[in-house]
Each structure stands twice: as C-alpha cells, then as structure tokens.
Design a binder for this molecule. Structure first.
Ligand code: SF4
Length: 422
C-alpha cells in the first residue's frame, strides 16, 4: 500500500481527471495522503493555460525536487497541460520526475507503471468517488485553435468517448450514490462528430436523462459558435438538465474577437443569448473574458464593459492575457498592454460584475431553491442550485447527497444563505 497525494490546478477537466486517478488508486488499495510530505507517490495534474498557473506548477516542481533529494524513494508523476507530445525537453528540465503522461492517457499510466513495477497491482475501474457530484470527461482535446490558447497543442485534437461507455459509467456512478453528473469537454458542442453514428450532445443528454435515480445533469464548456438549436430545445425540454450554461465570450469587440479567432461576431453571440433566454427564461449564464489582449485599446476594452452591462451574466471568469509560447497570438502579436493596465481592466470588470451579480442574486431573497448538498464547510452545509448558485445553510440533520429545499435569507455576489424547509 502506498500513500498518494494528487496536486491539481486548472479547469474542471483536470479536477475530473484527478478524481478518476484517485478513484483508481483507491480501488487498487492505496490511500490518499494529506500533503506532499507524508506521501510515497505524488501526482501533479498541471495547467499552463495562463502564466500564473504555469508559475505555480514550476514552483511546485521545484519544491518536489527538494523533497525528492531528502526522500529518494518518493515517486513523482506529472500529467495535465504541461505535458506535450515532446516529453524529452521536460525530462531534461525535470530529471526528478519519474513519469510524464498526457491528460486522460491512463493506459500509458497503467502500462508504464506496471513495467516499472511502481504501484499498480491489478486492473480496476478508473471511476470511484464518494461525492454526490461527479465530473465525466466526454470529449478530450480541441480543434479550434483560438489564437491565445495552448490547449489544442497540449491536449491534441478532439476525441469523443463512445456514448454507450458514458452511459455505462454514469449508471455505475449512480449505483455508488452519485446524484449529479457534469459532462466535460473543452468544447462539448463538438461531442460525437468523430464517432461512427455521429451522436451529438443533445442525443447524449436524452440517453442520460432516462437513467433512474440520476437527479441532475450539467455540461461545460460550450462554444458560442457551435451551440445548436437542437441543444437549446433539449435543454428546455429535459427536466434533469440544469438551467445553466458556460458560454465564454472572451471579448466585447469584433476586431479583438477576430484576432482571437473565436469564429463569431458580437451580433451572433447576442442573438444566441437571446434565443437561449427566450426559450429558457430561468437560465443562468457564466462567461469568460480576457482583458489586455494584444492591441486592445481603451475603447475596445470599453466595449467589453458595455457587453457585461448589457448581458448581465451570473458569473464572469476574467483573466489578464498572458502570451503562451507556441500559440498563434504569441507568434503574430506583440504583448503590448502593460501589466498595470491589464490589472486595472481586470479589476474594472470584476467590480462591475460584482454589482451585477449582487443585483441578480438579491432577487432570490425570500425564494425557495432546490439545493443538492455536496458537503460541509465551517459547520455549514453547502451545495448548488440548478442554476449553479452556491448555497450555505445550517442544520443538525445529515444532508450530504440530499436534495434540500432552502428558503434564501441572505445573498451576496458569490453565494446565498438560507434555512431548510422541512
Ligand atoms: S475553444 Fe478555443 S479557448 Fe477553448 S480550448 Fe479550444 S482553442 Fe482553447
């Protein structure tokens, strides 16, 4: 038996993959450790989508080098977006790492680990989890090549998981007590185009909806240029599919969108949001915005602010542009917006969004919402509404994994608080 510690940074895809790796290691008899220092095996699940994430990964690798000097038997495995197809350079830079494997490439993990006799003793399922919510990757990679993004270079081209396998995986999770699944992909709208019968995301949602005891289904991330009317109809008609969409706009200016190679105009994005809101009035929308893209003028940034005011998103993930070596933007544009300006723009979006989210959430005051309880933090239960709002409440009963009806008594831009209605 080994004690393992998995360090994860980055998107939900990474978190899902770490969850699967942990499930695998548990199922073959290993135990999770509480920190690097009491682990025999460390797995870093990395992200290099932004410079700040890459810096954290490099810092952690440096820390582990020191730890390995003290404990030479410590095994270090690295996966995630740091690992590209040419691992030679990474091996040269990080000789203290025992194994580098590409995201989702568990076969490589199992095969190489067996060869080395490292820690795998028997075959087992890669999907156990104690939480009532599970993340399930349905498509790996991305074919889009947005100019700023490193993902297609690191995660490769789109590969969909067969529909039947996903259904079986969800059925198995349900048997283990899972109530909610979130289907993951860099672009879930591309799901199935590479499979023999070309099923799409709407077909998959229909199949999953018929599974008894599955209470909720979510999916992310959508690409605004690829969301189909069929998907919107399906979202509107299936009760189990939650009313929430992650629809990254990235910028509020057509010239910047063109340079980002996003494949849609603002008008098309607006039209899509209006269509969705017309059919599903209770939908909550999250988006991503990048500020300080090369050449972004003050006026172009103002367009992003105006879009935020107009669209009234529920949540915005805002990031300052950082050039990623190897991408189109890195090759073709100069990173010419000073970092203080990027920071200032980022704060302006955050401030505006906090005010908007505060108004949106305050409308829930006094209302009843359904919450799937995911756990306990600081003596309070917490979980999410169908619209993905985080809700806290206090109660002595055991609510883990239950659907609770909560009357909202407190709201903020980031979360809600209330009491259980029994
Ligand atoms: S859609 Fe664009 S931003 Fe998203 S993963 Fe693909 S290339 Fe990156």
């Amino acid at each position: 038996m080994l004690r393992y510690f998995i360090w994860t940074i980055g998107c939900q895809m990474n978190k899902a993959e770490s969850q699967q790796i942990a499930g695998y290691l548990d199922s073959v008899g290993h135990q999770s450790a509480t920190s690097f220092s009491n682990a025999d095996l460390v797995i870093l699940n990395t992200c290099v989508v932004r410079q700040s994430a890459e810096n954290k990964v490099l810092g952690t690798l440096g820390l582990l080098k020191g730890l390995k000097n003290k404990h030479p038997n410590l095994q270090i495995l690295v996966t995630g977006c740091l690992v590209d197809s040419d691992t030679q350079e990474l091996k040269r830079r990080f000789p203290h790492v025992d194994l580098l494997f590409k995201p989702g490439d568990y076969h490589e993990l199992i095969a190489r680990s067996k060869r080395r006799g490292v820690f795998i003793e028997q075959e087992a399922s890669l999907s156990t989890t104690p939480s009532p919510c599970a993340f399930i990757p349905i498509i790996q990679g991305c074919d889009n090549f947005c100019s700023y993004c490193i993902v297609p270079y690191r995660r490769g081209r789109e590969v969909s998981h067969p529909l039947g396998e996903i259904v079986c995986e969800v059925e198995e999770l349900i048997r283990r007590g899972i109530k909610e699944v979130t289907l993951l992909g860099q672009n879930v709208d591309s799901y199935g185009h590479d499979l023999p019968e070309h099923p799409d995301l709407a077909d998959l949602l229909n199949e999953l909806s018929s599974i008894d005891d599955l209470a909720r289904i979510r999916f992310l991330t959508n690409h605004p240029k690829d969301v189909s009317l069929k998907l919107i109809d399906t979202l509107a008609s299936l009760n189990k599919v939650c009313e929430h969409l992650e629809l990254p706009v990235q910028a509020g200016d057509d010239d910047i969108l063109r340079d980002m190679r996003r494949g849609y105009t603002l008008e098309q994005y607006r039209e899509l949001v209006h269509t969705i809101r017309r059919q599903i009035p209770q939908i909550s929308l999250s988006t991503d915005i990048i500020v300080g893209f090369p050449g972004e003028t003050e006026e172009q940034f103002e367009h992003s602010l105006s879009l935020v005011k107009e669209m009234r998103f529920d949540v915005i993930h805002v990031a300052a542009y950082s050039p990623r070596p190897g991408t189109i933007a890195w090759r073709e544009y100069q990173d010419n917006i000073p970092s203080e300006v990027k920071k200032e723009r980022l704060h302006k979006i955050e401030e505006l969004q906090a005010a908007i989210a505060s108004e949106i959430n305050s409308q829930l005051h006094g209302k009843d919402v359904e919450v799937l309880v995911e756990g306990r933090k600081k003596e309070k239960w917490f979980g999410r509404t169908r619209s993905n709002k985080l809700v806290f409440f206090e109660d002595d009963d055991d609510w883990l994994g239950q659907l609770a009806k909560i009357q909202i008594e407190k709201t903020s831009p980031w979360s809600l608080g209330g009491k259980v209605k029994k």
